[in-house]
Structure formats: structure tokens, C-alpha cells
Design a protein around this ligand. Structure first.
Ligand SMILES: [Zn+2]
Length: 423
């Protein structure tokens, strides 16, 4: 049996305060609370300012030094004993969708704050600094692109580009940041890269709940390819045109929808294929559809699988076009590469979840998160906890206090392992 020093022993016994975490989540959710129990706190609005101010107050009360960068990202830093070490960072976002919930994003930020409060209460110091970050405009509801603050942080696009974006009323990101007092002076960009980045988040899907698991060990974020597919046949009268002489674009679109489904279901469990939008021309009851434009969304956890799905889609389009005597054009409009998370951090999360006695399973992230950008500049991993019925981006979004506490305990352990306890 290994003998541990008293500080290390105390660090192992330390647990987060689930009640305090829950109370903070509810306090933050009161800002922008909706009648149906959700939250509407769009990025860089007056309500966002109030939410940010509350976080900053809490972070300063916990002894953190707070800085804000040029895109409004908030960094709350708990000093380490070794100033030369890069920070071990965690965070997420507190902006919401117009009909958002209490937990999406907010959980990751407040779980990070709870880690700091727990360290303070136990009197534990770490060698590396610990930072909790609030990333600006993750949701992309008021301003596009999504994941704006983390995107600037990793250099996915420039600060100037982000600041110039405008909302539906013509208000720019720069104006909105100045209006709420969060146009910060700290340099925005990848210069202050973290030693490690963790993000705790509700799953926003049904997998953990279906398997009865409490902690999701996120191994990767799915790569995404989005397409516009245009099928061009021939409009003709629905009565006089015999079945064998038609060039019905919608009929072929129907086959293609089933094929997109097959392309993903034959690559279970992680591949996804979705047709979510169709425009039919001329969209008239008694005209054979001459043209259809449809969206295709393909997702997979690795490059090889995503490429094979792309090839299957294109081959099916060629085959169907040939068989039906119509034209099908495939245009790829968006591409995000699959993002594997750092294996040592993933393993750390898995080991600590097991050590703490939580039921855990490996999962992939099907949605985008700030962590997906952070993984480009720092070793990164995510922790998922279940949300009721897998529902998110909805006012009825719900999560169990003990699940949130469990994910936060795993976060605490994984961050301590990365930051190292000062003996
Ligand atoms: Zn989120």
C-alpha cells in the first residue's frame, strides 16, 4: 500500500459541494428566467451582462484574478505555486438559446467555479494555476458564427472578423461588448494557451440515460460535413404524363433520404446522417416535381469513416441520377474535421470516474462545443452528464443534482491530476 502525504490524502478525500453547485446554477438561471422554467439570455445582452457580473463577483469572492479579453471571454484565475506553468483550464458558456435551459453551458462554468470553491475550502494549492473561462457567444443565436469566443481564442478566425459581425438589428459584436462593459483589454488569441482544457457539459442527447450511466467519458467530437444536393428532373402535368415517362425529382429525393439514413445506420453506433430540409419546385399538387434542393448532414468520429460516407453519398447520387434520367449536383457547404480528445486526459477522466464509483461509459460528442476548438491548441477532454430525455436547447431541459455533482467531482479530480497538488 502506498503511503500518501497528508496533503495528498486530503486531496483524495475532497469532494465538491453538490448543494452549493445546484444553488449557484439556480441563482444564475434566475437571470433571464422564462415562464416555462427555462432561460433566455442571449449573448451580449443586458441579461448576459448581469449573468457575467454574477460570475465575476463569485470568482473574485473565491479569490480569483479576473481578466477579460477583446472578444469578452472572461478568465478567472486561481494562482498556482509554480508561476511558470500554463494554466489548467475549464469552462463553457453562459449565453443561451432564446428558449434555452438552465444547464447547457452554465453547468460547465459553474462546475469550474465549484472546483475552485472546493479547493479553497480544503486549503489545497496546485502547482499549475487553475482557470475558469466563460466563452463569449457559444450559441450563435444572436451573432454568428457559433463558438465565437473560443474560435477567436484558438485563431479559427480573427478578432476583427468576430467584432464586425452584426445581429438582426445591425448591432455589431464590438458595439454590444462595449454596451455591456465587456470589451476587455487582455489580448484575444491563442498566445495564452492552456496546459490542459476540460469542459463538463450536459450530454444534450439520450445515450447516457438509455444506458443508465452517470458519467460520459467523451473520446471525440464528431466531424461534420454539410451538403446542398440539387436534383433536377422535369416538371410535367400530373394527369397526362404516364408513370414510366416521368423525371420526378422528389421521388429520387425520397430514395436519397433513405440512402443517407442507410449510410449512417450501417456505421453504428457513432455515425449520423440527416436530411433536415427540402425545397420542392414548383411545389404544386398536380405538377410532377421538377426540382428538389435538400440538405444532407453527415457526421462521424474519424476522418476515414467520414470520407467513406462522403463517397457513398456521391456514388448514390450518381447511381440514382443515372437510373432516373435526372441530374443531381452535390455541393459541400460546411466541413468540420473530427476532433479526437487527448487520450491521457480521456483516460484520466475514465479512471477517476471509476475510482469515485460512478458508472461511466465512453461517448462521442455529436454537437459542437468550445472544447472542440480548444482541442486545436491544448490537450482537451470533456465530461458529459445525463440530461432528462436527452432534451436540450429547450426550456424543459433538466438534469439531476446528483449527476451534476458526480460530473463535477470527476472534473475536480481530473483537474487536480493535471495541475498537481502542491505537497
Ligand atoms: Zn453548450
Amino acid at each position: 500500500m502506498q503511503v500518501t502525504t497528508s496533503v495528498e490524502g486530503r486531496a483524495l478525500e475532497m469532494r465538491v459541494d453538490g448543494g452549493r453547485l445546484w444553488a449557484s446554477l439556480m441563482d444564475l438561471a434566475a437571470i433571464g428566467a422564462t415562464a416555462k422554467g427555462g432561460v433566455c439570455r442571449l449573448a451580449l445582452t443586458e441579461l448576459d451582462r448581469q449573468g457575467r457580473d454574477l460570475f465575476v463577483r463569485w470568482a473574485e469572492q473565491a479569490g480569483c484574478t479576473v481578466r477579460v479579453d477583446g472578444i469578452g471571454n472572461i478568465f478567472a484565475r486561481r494562482a498556482g505555486t509554480d508561476p511558470g506553468r500554463p494554466a489548467v483550464m475549464t469552462g463553457s458558456h453562459i449565453d443561451t438559446q432564446p428558449t434555452g435551459g438552465k444547464f447547457d453551458g452554465n453547468y460547465g462554468v459553474l462546475a469550474g467555479l465549484e472546483v475552485i470553491r472546493t479547493l479553497d475550502a480544503a486549503g489545497i494549492q496546485t502547482r499549475a494555476p487553475i482557470e475558469v473561462v466563460v466563452w463569449t457567444n457559444e450559441e450563435g443565436s444572436r451573432f454568428t458564427p457559433v463558438m465565437m469566443g473560443s474560435g477567436v481564442h484558438v485563431g479559427a478566425f480573427t478578432l476583427a472578423h468576430a467584432l464586425a459581425q452584426t445581429d438582426a438589428e445591425g448591432v455589431s459584436v464590438q458595439q454590444a461588448l462595449q454596451a455591456i462593459g465587456y470589451a476587455g483589454l487582455a489580448p484575444a488569441g491563442p498566445a495564452n494557451a492552456a496546459g490542459a482544457y476540460f469542459e463538463a457539459h450536459i450530454e444534450q442527447g439520450p445515450v447516457l440515460e438509455n444506458h443508465g450511466k452517470v458519467v460520459g467519458v467523451v473520446t471525440a467530437a464528431l466531424g461534420q460535413r454539410w451538403y446542398n444536393v440539387r436534383l433536377t428532373g422535369m416538371e410535367a402535368h400530373a394527369g397526362p404524363t404516364p408513370m414510366e415517362l416521368r423525371k420526378d425529382a422528389l421521388l429520387v429525393a425520397g430514395r436519397l433520404i433513405a440512402e443517407v439514413n442507410r449510410i449512417a445506420t450501417t456505421r453504428a453506433p457513432h455515425a449520423r446522417g440527416t436530411v433536415g430540409s427540402l425545397q420542392v419546385f414548383p411545389n404544386s399538387r398536380n405538377v410532377i416535381p421538377g426540382q428538389v434542393t435538400m440538405s444532407v448532414d453527415l457526421r462521424a468520429p474519424d476522418d476515414a469513416q467520414l470520407l467513406a460516407m462522403d463517397q457513398d453519398l456521391r456514388a448514390a447520387c450518381e447511381r440514382f441520377a443515372h437510373e432516373a434520367g435526372i441530374a443531381i449536383a452535390v455541393e459541400q457547404v460546411v466541413s468540420f474535421p473530427p476532433q479526437p480528445f487527448a487520450p491521457p486526459l480521456v483516460e484520466s477522466i475514465r479512471a477517476h470516474a471509476n475510482d469515485l464509483g460512478y458508472s461511466a461509459m465512453d461517448v462521442v460528442s455529436g454537437a459542437g462545443h468550445d472544447a472542440v476548438y480548444l482541442a486545436r491548441v491544448a490537450p482537451t477532454a470533456m465530461i458529459f452528464v445525463p440530461c432528462a430525455d436527452g432534451i436540450s436547447h429547450n426550456e424543459i431541459e433538466a438534469a439531476e443534482p446528483e449527476h451534476l455533482e458526480a460530473g463535477c467531482n470527476v472534473l475536480l479530480r481530473a483537474m487536480l491530476a493535471a495541475a498537481e497538488v502542491q505537497a
